[in-house]
Ligand binder design. Structure first.
Ligand code: GUN
Length: 285
């Protein structure tokens, strides 16, 4: 393998240790950082994800609660619960696990969370703050990708970054974060006619499509940094990303693995955002 590995597990561990230290400092000032997670319905993946979020929080000294509601909960009741959490000064972060049941409007639900407690960074106010460079919460996955680039000392200034995928949760905020570090940014998506022509120009590639083998070795410039946000299953049922790791790792300069890459970083950045929410609330007391 030519490429060097960016180890998400190791970096996330370091970040969790930092969160533990800052949490202890905040507790010494009488503030217990606290995250409220809401899960509506029985989606199996969501049950696993929320359990991880609770465990990660507890391990780093954050207080986290999981509120579970039946799939037929009314949207009005969910909004009322969010408004009550908005008013509760002992809660610093609010996370509503997605997807929500079909009878609910996810945008309405997310926009009901107070921006100061939007630790997912999904609120339009958070998206707007990122766009204009004001303080706010960054979505955890692209935030984690930026930390991975920082961890290898990569200077994005003047580099060409190509993001494959344009979701509100990863692709678009990723592009804005890279732009904020003075990269030249291209966003590619399903209607991009010649993806390979774009990716071959990239110094940094972020694959966030949700499909296996979107990026293969022939599409990568030698030495490029490749960040794989994908979470897919291969024919043997094993976890894999959007990048053909075996091939691309022969060409790239740096590469993130799946599993053990972006996934643990996403989890770590939720802890950072929750801690930040508590620190900001404390500084305004
Ligand atoms: N469902 C899958 N990933 C996420 C996430 O990061 N946040 C929320 N709220 N729901 C999700």
């Amino acid at each position: 393998m030519a490429a060097q590995l960016i180890d998400g597990n190791a970096l996330a561990k370091k970040i969790r240790a930092e969160v533990s230290g800052r949490t202890a400092a905040l507790k010494a000032k009488g503030v217990q950082p606290s995250l409220a997670i809401i899960l509506v319905g029985e989606d199996p993946a969501s049950q696993v994800y929320t359990k991880h979020k609770i465990n990660d929080s507890t391990e780093t000294g954050l207080h986290a609660t999981l509120e579970r509601y039946p799939a037929d909960m009314s949207e009005a009741d969910l909004l009322a619960r969010i408004r009550a959490l908005n008013e509760d000064a002992s809660v610093h972060g609010i996370l509503v696990q997605l997807p929500l049941p079909k009878h609910m409007n996810a945008s309405t639900v997310i926009e009901t969370i107070a921006p100061a407690k939007d630790v997912d960074g999904f609120h339009v106010a958070s998206a707007g703050a990122l766009m204009v460079g004001q303080p706010g919460f960054w979505p955890c996955t692209p935030y984690g990708c930026m930390k991975m680039l920082a961890s290898i000392g990569y200077d994005l200034k003047g580099k060409h970054a190509v993001v494959i995928g344009r979701s509100n949760i990863v692709g678009k905020p990723m592009a804005l974060m890279l732009l904020g570090k003075n990269a030249t940014v291209t966003i590619c998506h399903s209607a991009t006619p010649d993806l390979k022509a774009m990716t071959l120009q990239a110094d940094v590639l972020v694959a966030a499509v949700g499909k296996r083998n979107v990026l293969t070795a022939d599409m990568v410039k030698p030495g490029a940094v490749v960040i794989d946000v994908g979470m897919n299953r291969n024919d043997e049922g094993k976890l894999c990303g959007d990048v053909d790791f075996a091939g691309v790792s022969q060409v790239a300069g740096w590469i993130t693995p799946v599993p053990g890459g972006v996934g643990p970083m996403t989890r770590a950045m939720l802890l950072v955002n929750t801690l930040e929410a508590a620190e900001r609330a404390q500084s305004q007391r």
